[in-house]
Each structure stands twice: as C-alpha cells, then as structure tokens.
Design a protein around this ligand. Structure first.
Ligand SMILES: [Zn+2]
Length: 296
C-alpha cells in the first residue's frame, strides 16, 4: 500500500498537470474501478463532464481532486490507490496501458493544445478506483470527501496539532504501533514509517499507550514526520514530470531503511540483528537491543 510520501508525490504531480483543467469526457474501461461510486459508471462519467478540477488535495494516505472550487457540499473525486493503483498523466498518443481502467480527457487535450495530456487511472489488481463524493466538514477540521471525513490530520498538515495527536494516541489504550496506524488518531502513518519512527526513538511497538509519557508521544510522532519528510525528499528527486506513479518508479523502497524489511541485518545503531515479529497479519521490524519488548 502506498503511504503518505508516495501519495504526496502523486498529489504534487496532479497539482502540476491537471489542476485548473476542465474535463471534456470520461471513459470507464472497467466497472470494478468505479464500484465505490454507487450510482455506477455512467453517472460517474456524466458527473465529471464539463467540470473543472480546481485542486489536488491529500490528507494522510487519501487523495482527492476538488471540482469547481471545493466549497462545502461540492463534489470531489476520491482516489483509492489500493495495492497497485496509478494515476498517470500521459499524452493521448501514448498507447493505452494494459490495465487502463479510467481515462479522463480534458478540454485542452489535443484540440486546443496538441501536447495536451490526459489523466489515466491504471490498476493491475483492481483493488483501487475513483468515486465522486460531496465535501463535508471533517472530524479534524477542514473539508474532506464524505467517506474519509473521519480521518485525523497527518503530521505534515500545516494545521496538525502535535499535542492533540499525542492525546488521541494516549486515549486509545492499546499498543503504541496500533495507535500509530489508527488513522483516526493521526493519519498517514503506515507499517513502514511506524517501524522506522519507533526504531528512531527506541520504543517497541507493543508498549501500552496509557503508559506512554507525553514527551515520548511527541518524540515518536516527530520522528514519524521526519522519516516521511526524508522519504518524500527522495521520492521528489526521481519524479518524472509526465509520469505520476505510485508504485515502483520512485524507488522509495530501496532507500536506507533502518528497521523495516531489514530482518537479520545489523541495526545501524548497535549492530544487533533486526528482529521480525508478526503483527496484524503483517510483520514488524525492530532492534531487540535498542527497542526491548515491554514487560507484561
Ligand atoms: Zn539497535
């Protein structure tokens, strides 16, 4: 699953290439890609035709395109990237991708501007898709598409409150890593960046949040923001201007991760082999020496 830095790279690409453009027509090539749009593919295409994309927004791992100004109650296109969803900006003469699911053509595409691009949603595994929803007031403030209005602000949001997020995590009364992944306490942190943040601050993810001090809470969230910032900086450098890609192209996953995916390799701080533990049908990676398990 893409995490916050990967989604932010896509958002920036969309802000550069599709914001301000008016939709001429929409082609839904696979019904699964619009299954979250309950009124169906025909309605999805009709709702978008003639509308102007005014902004590309993100909160946590969620991405949406605002239509016609982003006023309360106005429509937004919510993108679910799933496991393999990609938002590609391509010139119309580029051959269709094998797994092209939705094509959005703009009024300046090929007609007024021969180099005009179109937006393609490509998804090999079809877990992702696009859907239109009204913008509603979100729990953490601001306007979000209705299905994701419950998610909290992420650490890279200018209006993010570190103290509020720490308080929300301490109220969860669960294990620290579970609280970090709970998108209603703080959004945008997934398995990779949770493990990296916990390694940086030398805390084991199984520590109970009710025993977490406010200072520890602030430290771990600050570390999460830092590691996501660094990942974003790396992703930005390899970003191809015309090819907005969530998976693979940016090379995030071979960057220098200290703990995540590093089982049996030496901890960069103390040299002890990194341990892998099972966690919610996935794995957690930590240093047994720097991050001792809490006593029961
Ligand atoms: Zn260590």
């Amino acid at each position: 699953m893409p995490e916050l830095p990967e989604v932010e790279v896509v958002r920036r690409g969309l802000a550069d290439h599709v914001a301000g453009r008016t939709i001429a027509r929409v082609e839904v090539a696979h019904p699964r890609a619009v299954r979250r749009h309950l009124e169906g593919g025909g309605d999805f295409a009709a709702r978008l035709q003639g509308r102007t994309i005014t902004a590309a927004r993100r909160r946590g791992k969620y991405l949406w395109l605002e239509l016609d100004g982003g006023e309360p109650g106005s429509d937004a296109v919510l993108a679910h990237l799933g496991m393999s969803g990609q938002m590609l900006v391509a010139t119309p003469d580029r051959p269709d991708e094998k797994h092209l699911r939705i094509r959005i053509a703009f009024s300046d595409d090929g007609v007024h501007s021969p180099s005009g691009t179109e937006l393609r949603f490509v998804d090999q595994r079809t877990f992702g898709g696009l859907s239109v929803h009204p913008l509603v007031p979100a729990v953490g403030g601001g306007l979000l598409p209705a299905p994701v209005a419950h998610i909290a602000r992420d650490p890279m949001d200018p209006a993010f409150s570190l103290d509020d997020a720490v308080a929300a995590i301490r109220r969860r009364r669960t294990e620290l890593k579970r609280a970090l992944l709970d998108q209603t306490a703080v959004s945008g942190i997934g398995n990779i960046y949770a493990d990296e943040a916990l390694w940086r601050v030398r805390l084991h993810g199984a520590r109970p949040t009710e025993k977490l001090t406010r200072a520890q809470g602030r430290t771990v969230l600050t570390a999460a923001a830092e590691v996501m910032d660094e990942a974003l900086a790396q992703g930005g450098t390899s970003f191809d201007a015309l090819y907005v890609n969530v998976n693979g192209a940016s090379g995030y996953f071979d960057r220098s991760l200290a703990a995540y995916g590093q089982a049996d390799r030496p901890c960069p701080r103390c040299g002890t082999p990194i341990r892998r533990e099972s966690f919610m049908n996935r794995s957690s990676f930590s240093c047994p020496r720097c991050q001792p398990r809490p006593r029961r």
